[in-house]
Design a binder for this molecule. Structure first.
Ligand SMILES: [Zn+2]
Length: 367
């Protein structure tokens, strides 16, 4: 086990011995038992310990929880407001916390988590420990009585948890490759590579536009049918999803979301096309910008500098180079804009960590 905590290599027991007095703001409310076991260890608590505790309580493999947390938010706990449900807002999917508990008109795993854990909605949305317990309880319930020791036995439950097969692909790719990161609390975590199979899914290449993308069409009620060509397309709009690759695609496939982007790019550089280039996707929040642009979503969070992985920059820049060539879009900051530059809309997307110089340099190189 390769865990390293932020408290100078203390293990969990040492940390607990320190108690609240040793750690300003630490709150440990511990009663445990079969009925409503409840541990809220906040400021200073270790994420690894929280995963371990949820793993033991619900009989879900710790490695699986680690992989899910990494795919979801790169092990960070985003504040609920960044992706709270907001009608007709492309970044308002209603996905909460490190376990991406959902609450929107099509899904309500948050309510299910309240029932299973007896924690409140507010706790589940705001408190990392609670959020992890909630997500773990849901996965355990989806899996049912039989809890396989083999990680591969959880594939279907993971796909159901994410409500899309691509989620299981993301999680099992992460299990296979392993992951490591130092998160914003200072804690370093590591998931060592696991011997698992990545689920085989339909990966039809997009014939609707970019050949480097898989084709995962948005629901037809989430975009406008058109026949745009180079004369009508003159801009690329860059977004950050405030969520995952698979979750964003899933949201575009739900008929009631009323949002879509042409492309979604993932952390490993994977690309999905969801709307034909010729059609008008609903991403900019302003019609006059939607009609003339192509929208590219990127998995991750505006507030997390680690969102912009090397593979993501390269893969997205290759896509943009293709679009720029095909539709004669100049590679400059007048024609490549961030969502926040659309007047009167979202001021955070894609956020200050997106490196425009680097991106445009890459686009020019690939063109
Ligand atoms: Zn945006």
């Amino acid at each position: 086990m390769c865990t390293e905590h932020s408290f100078g290599g203390m293990d969990r027991r040492d940390f607990l011995k320190l108690g609240a007095a040793g750690l300003a703001g630490a709150v440990l409310l511990g009663t445990s038992g079969a009925t409503g076991s409840r541990v809220l260890a906040q400021t200073g608590s270790s994420l690894m310990a929280e995963f371990e505790s949820a793993s033991r309580e619900y009989g879900v493999p710790r490695e699986l929880l680690l992989a899910m947390g990494y795919v979801n938010t790169m092990w960070e706990m985003p504040p609920p407001e960044v992706s709270a449900y907001r009608e007709d807002d492309i970044h308002g999917r209603g996905a909460y916390g490190i376990m991406q508990l959902m609450q929107n008109p099509s899904q309500n795993s948050l309510r299910k988590a309240v029932k299973l854990t007896r924690l409140s909605e507010k706790e589940l949305k705001n408190d990392r420990t609670a959020n992890i317990r909630g997500g773990t309880a849901i996965l355990a319930e989806i899996q049912g009585q039989d809890k396989p020791a083999d990680l591969n036995g959880w594939q279907e439950a993971v796909a159901e948890y994410g409500s899309i097969d691509l989620y299981a692909v993301e999680v099992y790719e992460t299990l296979k490759s392993g992951a490591s990161a130092t998160i914003s609390t200072g804690e370093s975590l590591q998931l060592s590579p696991q011997d698992v199979e990545v689920p085989q899914i339909l990966t039809a290449r997009s014939s609707a536009g970019y050949r480097g993308a898989i084709w995962r069409p948005a629901h037809r009620s989430n975009y406008t049918n058109r026949n745009r060509g180079a004369k009508q397309i003159n801009r690329i709009i860059v977004h950050v999803a405030q969520g995952t690759y698979s979750g964003t695609i899933d949201w575009f496939q739900y008929s009631g979301s009323n949002v879509s982007a042409h492309y979604v790019v993932g952390k490993k550089g994977q690309v999905a096309q969801c709307v034909r280039n010729e059609d008008i996707a609903w991403h900019a929040g302003k019609w006059s910008y939607n009609t003339k642009s192509i929208g590219i979503e990127h998995a991750g969070y505006a507030g997390n500098p680690k969102t912009w992985t090397d593979r993501m920059y390269r893969s997205s820049a290759k896509l943009s180079a293709y679009l720029s060539k095909r539709y004669n879009i100049s590679v400059d900051r007048r024609h490549f804009i961030g969502h926040r530059e659309v007047p009167g809309v979202d001021k955070t997307c894609p956020g200050s960590y997106f490196n425009w110089d680097r991106y445009l340099r890459l686009v020019r190189r690939y063109k």
